[in-house]
Write a protein that binds this ligand. Structure first.
Ligand code: SAH
Length: 361
């Protein structure tokens, strides 16, 4: 069986040829999967009967299944999605282990607004980066997602809301995982999402957020087709950043900001810096002034994210006053700074809360 979801147009064309069919059958298949959004081969009425029969025998197009749905009072919905077992990982297991606990779940958030919907996608199940304030870190890395599983999150959730879709879809790669540590699959997913002949989500509506993987940022800089970039800065000295993001020992502030300064911004583009405000830790006016000095001269904006609580973690949310003052200091220095109050906190759908917490209602 060959899994088709996640294959590019070229790959589908090649597959068609491998099946002794004309290459354009690959185009038809691509259109059915990503434009018409049909995943049942017998419903792909744009395909010849021969091809449909072949697909039924030899191929699959597997979307993540909806395991649970947690609607928030603010209209957003946290989806816990079930992935099919990773067949490669499955093959490496001993016969006794096979089939056991291989079903993986991830989370995807649906956030509707007046004129658009934003989908927050996971790039990995769990995460290896270990930021101390983030719930997903506690899972560790479970596995990388395939391009099909990343794109599949969009297809599944859009389909679940097909009655109420707004004209524009935005995508943020800000769910579970560190996208630049699953580079190839994430970029393949971005190319599929952005293809004007396919899902057609413009690149300027797709944002990838990284904890600061410097080689990944430098590699992304070379890509012709790349999303917007957001960097989770979160601290203004190495000592402070080391304490909350162990990754900073490997990629400290100086090389991280050098990679940001070298990053080739497109004419319409700004770099985004995310800054999680941890009460009493990194939320003082002195922190704000250091932040100004660090990113001065960079065409950027700052998204301030008041910490969302995660049970058992030794942090607290900043006071409203600290948040306002912090923003004010940045603005007075001429920076663009926004306060991002996360949505879906009542259902653990907010930034840093994605760790499969079960809610008992
Ligand atoms: N791994 C990527 C993608 C995750 S994006 C990254 O680190 O950028 C999630 C954003 O939420 C990051 O900016 C992260 O720093 C922030 N975050 C993590 N835990 C949080 C929490 N408990 N409250 C608020 N923001 C949090």
């Amino acid at each position: 069986m060959i899994e088709l979801l996640g294959l590019t147009l070229d790959q589908l064309r090649r597959q068609a040829v491998a099946w002794d069919l004309p290459a354009y059958c690959g185009n038809q298949l691509y259109h059915a999967l990503y434009v018409e959004r049909r995943w049942q081969f017998d419903q792909m009425t744009n395909l010849s009967r021969t091809l449909r029969e072949r697909l039924l025998r030899e191929a699959s197009a597997t979307l993540p299944g909806i395991e649970k749905r947690y609607p928030s009072a603010d209209g957003s919905v946290r989806y816990v999605l079930r992935l099919a077992p990773d067949t490669n990982a499955e093959a490496r297991k001993s016969p006794a282990e096979r089939g056991r606990s291989s079903a993986t779940t991830i989370e995807t958030i649906w956030m509707p607004e007046a004129d658009r919907q934003t989908l927050c996608l996971s790039s990995q199940a769990g995460c290896a980066v270990d930021c101390h304030f983030c719930a997903t870190a506690q899972l560790g890395l479970i596995r990388n997602l395939t391009a099909g599983e990343i794109v599949g999150q969009v297809l599944t959730v859009l389909d679940a809301h097909r009655q109420e879709l707004r004209p524009q879809t935005n995508v943020v790669l800000m769910g579970q995982g560190e996208p630049l540590l699953n580079y190839e699959e994430t970029l393949q997913a971005v190319r599929l999402l952005a293809d004007p002949e396919g899902m057609h989500i413009p690149l300027r509506k797709i944002t990838l957020s990284t904890a600061g993987i410097v080689p990944g940022i430098r590699r992304l800089a070379q890509e012709e087709i790349r999303p917007k970039l957001a960097v989770s800065l979160n601290a203004t000295t190495d000592q402070q950043r080391d304490a909350i993001m162990p990754l900073n020992r490997k990629y400290p502030l100086a090389p991280l900001l050098a990679a940001c300064r070298d990053y080739p911004l497109r004419p319409w583009e700004r770099l985004t810096f995310e800054y999680v405000l941890l009460g009493g830790f990194n939320d003082t006016a002195a922190d704000a002034r250091r932040l100004v000095a660090l990113i001065r001269g960079l065409r950027s904006k700052v998204n301030l994210i008041p910490w969302n609580s995660v049970p058992a973690l030794p942090y607290r949310a900043p006071t409203d006053e600290a948040v306002e003052t912090f923003q004010q200091t940045l603005r007075e220095a001429g920076l663009l700074a926004f306060i991002r109050r996360s949505r879906g906190q009542d259902v653990f759908a907010a930034c840093g809360q994605l760790s499969l917490l079960e809610i008992t209602t």
